[in-house]
Write a protein that binds this ligand. Structure first.
Ligand code: GUN
Length: 311
């Protein structure tokens, strides 16, 4: 049995068997630093400015966008929300992106995903200027990451996980990390960040076609689940003492809740009996993603200031 930590000290708190990697507390620490940097930019004459484009009426997307706008307000960033009905055509959406690219007051552009199915999301990602791509999804930014250059605009969820692991004093050097999921947005960049110089984990990317998936996961010292399947990772898949990061944010039906649903991660709650540290859902990776978006927007504004100073 590990000793319980003093609950008034900074860092993760001990709950149940696994230490909770508390994304809300970690995000609050990061937000304080981001707000400070944003204020310095504003004082120098450049208020960091995020433009968020949302097409259609997907309720979950509207909730996410509202929380991004609120985070901007809280941290002293300017935000612009551009909303269009689901029947917006590709050329019109591209023209919106072009206008935001050309607007020197805008430092970050985010087009909320998913887009209605008639729109080509990849073409939109490619059209955003890499220097304003605060999602970190543009091929130039992902390509920089492949090259081992981790100083640019990084995808928010994987970089948020790395920050949370640092905050939780998780030692990755030489450890076996398994990333469950190979998406362009989470799984693949997550694997690159874990393997990057400085982090130095030995990484396996597992996915739906992986043979003996449970056995592969059970080799992990650090297991990152990003598959979007509620409760998929079972306690029997997890090595005793492993660190488990749950990226899943799945809406599952729940008649006992007034709203009729609840959020569930990709990791079964019984994993807490086996893991040494674990992220909760909600309140784990989710808050880190928004905080990283804010940090990326401020980084983009700082780059503008640096450019102004050298011209
Ligand atoms: N939809 C859900 N999460 C995200 C995100 O991080 N970025 C964008 N663009 N869309 C999302």
């Amino acid at each position: 049995m590990r000793p319980k930590r003093d609950s008034t000290a900074p860092g993760p708190a001990v709950v149940d068997d696994a230490t909770r990697l508390d994304g809300r507390a970690c995000a609050a620490d990061l937000d304080a630093r981001t707000a400070h940097r944003a204020a310095a930019c504003t004082e120098a004459g450049v208020q960091p400015h995020l433009a968020v484009v949302i097409v259609g009426d997907d309720p979950a997307s509207h909730v996410y966008v509202a929380s991004k706008v609120r985070a901007c307000e809280r941290l002293g960033l300017r935000s612009t929300r551009i909303e269009h009905p689901a029947n917006l055509d590709q050329a019109s959406l591209e023209a919106i992106v072009d206008d935001l690219n050309a607007d020197s007051s805008v430092h970050g552009i985010l087009v909320q995903s998913p887009l209605p199915s008639h729109l080509d999301e990849e073409a939109i990602t490619d059209r955003i200027l890499p220097s304003k791509d605060v999602d970190g999804f543009h091929p130039v930014n992902l390509g920089r990451l492949v090259q081992g250059r981790t100083d640019g605009l990084l995808p928010c969820t994987p970089s948020g996980v790395m920050e949370l692991l640092r905050w939780g004093n998780v030692d990755l050097r030489g450890k076996r990390a398994v990333v469950l999921g190979r998406s362009r947005i989470v799984g693949m960049p997550m694997a690159l960040l874990l393997a990057a110089k400085g982090a130095d984990a030995t990484v396996t990317v597992a996915h739906s076609r992986t043979e003996d998936l449970a056995k592969v996961c059970a080799e992990a010292d650090v297991l990152v689940a990003a598959v979007g399947r509620p409760g998929m990772v079972q306690a029997s898949w997890v090595k005793q003492g492993a660190v488990v990061v749950d990226v899943g944010i799945n809406r599952v039906d729940d008649d006992t809740r007034e709203r009729g649903w609840r959020l569930e991660g990709d990791v079964d709650e019984a994993v807490a009996d086996v893991a040494s540290k674990m992220t909760p859902v909600p309140g784990g990776v989710g808050p880190m993603t928004i905080s990283m978006l804010m940090a990326n927007t401020v980084r983009a504004a700082e780059a503008c200031l640096t450019k102004q100073a050298t011209h």
